[in-house]
Design a protein. Sequence first.
Length: 261
Amino acid sequence: MGEKFDIGFIFTFIPKLAGTLQTTLFIVAGSLLTGLIVGLLAALPRLYKVPVLQRISQLYASFFRGTPILIQLFLFYYGLPEVLKLVHLDLSRAPVLLFVILTYGLHTGAYVSETIRSAVASVDRGQVEAAYAVGMSGYQAFTRIVMPQALAIAVPVLSNVVLALLKDTSLAFSLGVMEMTGKSQSLASLTNHFVESYISLALVYLVISIVLERLLLILERRLQRYENRPSESSPRRERAGRLRQFFARERRNVRFGEEAR
């Protein structure tokens, strides 16, 4: 049984937990960067319908979205070194953080790939056809027309992915990583004040989540600033409005041309 509840320990534990915050944020940043790269690479075969790679991408997303993150951590930490021994590659001395970031990165990449695919597919195809009609290349059409709209659609979903990733890092202590949850376990065992330790941990996670949520909300509003405030006028907004009208006319011309043929 634990010691009698003492609220003073909460204020004592919070600074000690904050000392391991950099490890937690390092895991989040490394995993998010890995996830964005892997997610983009996994989304491309499904967007362009590459036969074999499309199926591999679907299997990858299904595995990492359909199995618990804790099981994935154990599989990569204990199983990957054994598999690589077959090709004479020894990872027995590799740091634990390498396996943690790799696992979280692949897990996050599965959700990022689905987000990117859905966001790009939600952009009206007629806008791309209109861009081709005025002489834009595929790269120009994607970067100037598709990507800005897809980002505005994807950011709210990616915000949830980032917050979920932050909370999932609490499982890294199961592999011996001394992040905030691992530190909380140590403080609780040393002082026998378990409730106070977990309350402190919850408060730290709550504050970090609120800060991240606010930052991502600012990014989301910035990407959607033209659509959220249509009543305000500015030269840039007027040009954007004229550009949308131009593409709408070009889209109708393309469709009329197809019907005439």
